[in-house]
Each structure stands twice: as C-alpha cells, then as structure tokens.
Design a protein around this ligand. Structure first.
Ligand SMILES: Nc1ncnc2c1ncn2[C@@H]1O[C@H](COP(=O)(O)OP(=O)(O)OP(=O)(O)O)[C@@H](O)[C@H]1O
Ligand SMILES: [Mg+2]
Length: 485
C-alpha cells in the first residue's frame, strides 16, 4: 500500500498502519491512534481507509441513535449494500460489523472515538466482549482502529482498569512534525525564518494547509507583516485557535486555575513554587492542576537533567505559548483589529518570552537527534539543569545538558554542557560559566571526561569566542547547523 503523495512525511506511521491493516490471520484485531488536535490523525487514517478500501467512520457529538445510523451508513458504503434492519444498539452494530467484514483484512477506522464513549460509556466493554474469546470478532478480519485526541481518554482505553486493557496490537501517537520537517512542510529555506515561524505554528500541519489563509512568510522581511495578517488578524482562523484548544482541553471544574497556571509558565515562572506563587495558591495545591495540564499535553514537565525532584514546566504547544505570552493580555485590543499597531509593542515580548525558550527547545531536539556525531556517542537524554555554585553563591543555569550512557557502577556521564541564546550574541563569558559548571560537576562525582562545551546561538558569536573555539574543544552551533548540520 503506497502512501498517497498528498500526505506529507508520516512514513513511519504509515508503515505501522499498513502493516497492521493488512496483517493476515483470522480474528478481529484492535489498534489505537491518538494525538493532539490538528496534528493529522484523521488525514492519515482517511488516506489509509481510501487506499485499502476500508471503513472510515468519524463520530460526532450526537446521541447514540444518531451515531448508530451514521455508522450504518459508513458500513453500507463499504459493503455496497444497506445494513438491513437498523442497529438496535452498539452491541448489535459491532457484532454485525464483524459478521460483514470476513473475506480479507481491512481497516475499520472509528475516528473521534471519545465522542461515542460519551453517549455510550459501555462501548469499550462491548468491544472487549466481541473481540474476546467467544465474541463475533473471532471469524472477522476487521482491523479496528480507534482514534481520538482527548489524550487522557485515549490513554485510559488501554489502562489497567479498562476492559480493553491488553487487547491492542497497535498503539501509535501522531506527533507534531519535527522542526526540520516543519520547515520543509512550510517551504521555508531560511533557518532563522523557519525557527521564528515554528515558534508560532509549531509542527502542526493543519496550520499550513487547512488554515489556508496562513501561507508561509515570504522572507525574513515579511515576518512581521505575516504575523499581523495571520495569527493577529481577528478575521483569520488562527487568531482564535489557541483559545479553542484551551477551551476544549480544560473540561475541568475550575478553569481559572488552569489558565492562570499556563499564564504563569508563559511569563517565565517554571517551577511548581514559582507557578503557585503567581497563581496565588500553595505549591501543594498545584500538583493536581499541573498534572491535568501535563496529561492533556498542554504543559510538558521536564526533570532537571542532573538531579531528581526539581522539574520545570513549559508550554507544549507553540501556538498556546504564543497566545499566553503575547496575545492574552491584549486580547480586546487585538480583537478590535489593532494587530498592526500593537505588534511593534508586542515584538520584544515575543523575542524574550516566546523565542528564547522556544529556541532552547529546538536546541534540545537538535542535540538529541543530531548530537551523536558532535558529542561522540548517541545522547540518551537532553535537558536543562541548575548547578549551584556554593562558593560564589550563584546558580548556574545550564540550558542544554546532554547525557550519555553509563553502567550500574559507573559515574553519570555528561556528554555536553551548553548555553542557548536566541537574541544576543554569545561571548567568552558564556563558555567561562559553562567551564565553571563542568568543574563543579566533576567535583560532585559526574563523569565529565570528554564533556563538550557548546554554545547555541540564534544571533552569532563574538570574535574572542570564535578564536577560543578554534583553539579549544568548544562547539559553536548556529541556526544553519541547527537546521542542516
Ligand atoms: N501528513 C499531512 N500532510 C499534509 N497535510 C496534512 C497532514 N496531516 C494533516 N494535514 C493537514 O492538517 C489538517 C488537519 O488534520 P486532521 O484533521 O487529520 O487532524 P486531526 O489530528 O484529526 O485533528 P482533530 O483531533 O482536531 O480531529 C488536514 O486537513 C490537512 O490539511
Ligand atoms: Mg480528526
């Protein structure tokens, strides 16, 4: 089964899906596809169903009766004949589906499955029964694929307490495109422009295709105008998108706490203590809301790379980070169409609150995915860390800590310590600080032999630093390397 040309990237996912969908053998099987809103789940599964002549059914927020009729139509379209007597209930629908799909393996996609579960909470039990021994699935060749974006619900489907636990033969997550793929998808060759665009629309393919008013910025010089005519334009679809995402995800009792926690992170408060202080709650009260935000992938919790128990948080979806940091406070003025006047005022906030942390995130991806050649071995984890300098009463923030592998009785191996700066030229003092951190960590028992000091910059490197890098083993990583190195 050849992937259609209109589907960009997703080769690994396509290979998994087609292998699952065409796997021989009797007995219906189950797969789960999940991923955040607009990342391209339906697009991919529709392509799969079309190429393989399978069934594609997208659930809606409807009653059970309406959903059952729509499902009957989808099945009839596949078999080419009406289903006969209407489905009584989902039990009836599932067993008749399995009876009709018997001659060859075909994918049966039930998209937006969480909608069905809302009107029919027993659906996972019904599926478990029909897929289990003695169920109608035994003689069927259906390759059932349940898909949805409500991550906690989708995760729960396979969790220990779910009737479907242990039943899935395939579980895939559709993630946003990687930063380099996103640049290709948008057709942006200039790495600086690619990084800036990625800081707003991330790797979400929908923002480049479905939101058709959102063609890529033509050049660096066009970037400001592009921001104004797309994400800051109240008539454009992208303008309200972050709010839609938030409204959908925070199906929670006290949205105020959740929104304020996101605002706190967007403003640079990263630890539980700092977030709690900003929100006006005790740190112990923030555990639950932060956990919910992490579960639905609005926030990412990142452990300190060098010690346990001091995680920091960042906003996982670029568009939401942009909204929280740049748009939220000026929403009323932006909604009145003041984007072009406001943007020059907002741009410094974009640089400091959006680009700086976003750039650090890009450096992490780079180090993890392409660092093997630079650091001498494949990195195991990449993160940030704070190193306390007791003697000088300082805390050294190390932005890019690359860890290697080590055995049970060996010291933890640090492959690289790096500093990331988007908007400011880097100089010698950055390397001096990193060197100090390396010495402190060596004294603390880390293996820093071969630890490479690295400077990642979105702006450039001062001459003395260049000279020093030529003499010592210091890596200077600019945007060109980040995108093509
Ligand atoms: N691989 C891709 N290649 C090209 N365009 C894509 C790709 N994936 C997604 N798109 C574009 O993004 C749009 C949104 O994708 P899709 O509807 O599949 O998202 P989704 O993950 O199903 O979102 P939701 O959870 O909101 O249903 C598609 O209509 C298409 O325009
Ligand atoms: Mg969808």
């Amino acid at each position: 089964m050849v992937k259609p040309d209109h589907v960009f990237d997703r080769d690994a996912e396509w290979a998994d899906l087609t292998a699952f969908a065409s796997r021989g053998g009797e007995g219906a099987t189950l797969g789960i596809v999940s991923g955040r809103r607009r990342h391209g789940k339906s697009y991919l599964l529709q392509a799969l169903a079309t190429v393989s002549g399978g069934v594609y059914f997208a659930a809606t927020r409807d009653t059970e009766a309406v959903s059952l009729r729509a499902f009957a139509d989808a099945l009839a379209e596949h078999t080419g004949r009406p289903v006969g007597t209407p489905f009584r209930d989902w039990s009836d629908a599932v067993s008749r589906l399995f009876e009709q799909v018997r001659d060859r393996p075909v994918p049966v996609v039930i998209d937006d499955f969480p909608f069905l579960m809302r009107s029919t909470p027993s659906l996972p039990s019904i599926l478990a029964r029909e897929l289990g021994p003695g169920g109608r699935g035994r003689g069927s060749t259906a390759r059932l694929l349940l898909c949805g974006s409500a991550l906690p619900v989708m995760r729960g489907l396979l969790g220990g307490r779910s009737p479907l636990h242990g039943r899935a033969g395939l579980e895939i997550a559709i993630r946003p495109l990687g930063y380099r793929d996103a640049a290709r998808f948008w057709g942006i060759g200039d790495p600086k422009l690619a990084a800036m665009t990625h800081a707003i629309v991330g790797g979400t393919p929908a923002y480049g295709r479905q939101f058709t008013d959102c063609a890529a910025p033509a050049s660096l010089a066009d970037f400001d105008a592009w921001v104004v005519r797309t994400v800051l334009s109240p008539a454009g679809a992208l303008f309200r998108e972050a709010r839609h995402l938030l409204a959908e995800e925070t199906t929670v009792r006290n949205p105020a706490v959740y929104h304020s926690a996101l605002a706190a992170v967007a403003e640079g408060h990263e630890t539980v203590k700092e977030i709690a202080e900003y929100v006006g709650r005790r740190p112990s009260e923030m555990g639950h809301p932060l956990g919910v935000l992490v579960d639905c992938a609005l926030l990412a919790r990142e452990p300190d790379a060098l010690r346990t128990g001091r995680p920091t948080y960042r906003i996982a979806e670029p568009l939401v980070a942009f909204y929280e940091a740049v748009m939220r406070r000026d929403w009323v003025r932006l909604e009145a169409g003041g984007g072009d006047r406001l943007w020059p005022e907002l741009r410094p906030t974009f640089e400091s609150r959006v680009m700086e942390p976003h750039f650090e995130g890009l450096c992490h991806r780079f180090a993890l995915e392409h660092g093997g050649a630079i650091f001498g071995e494949l990195p195991r984890t990449v993160g940030r860390a704070v190193v306390n300098d007791g003697e000088r009463r300082e805390r050294i923030q190390v932005d890019v800590v690359v860890m290697g592998r080590w055995g049970p009785n060996e010291r933890a191996r640090i492959l690289s310590l790096g500093q990331a700066r988007w908007g400011q030229e880097m100089d010698d003092s950055d390397v001096t600080r990193l060197g100090r951190a390396r010495d402190l960590l060596a004294a603390r028992g880390f293996d820093v032999e071969g630890c490479v000091l690295a400077c990642y910059s979105g702006t450039g490197f001062a001459e003395p630093l260049r000279a020093r890098a030529a003499a010592e083993r210091i890596e200077l990583i600019d945007l060109q390397r980040l995108y093509t190195g």
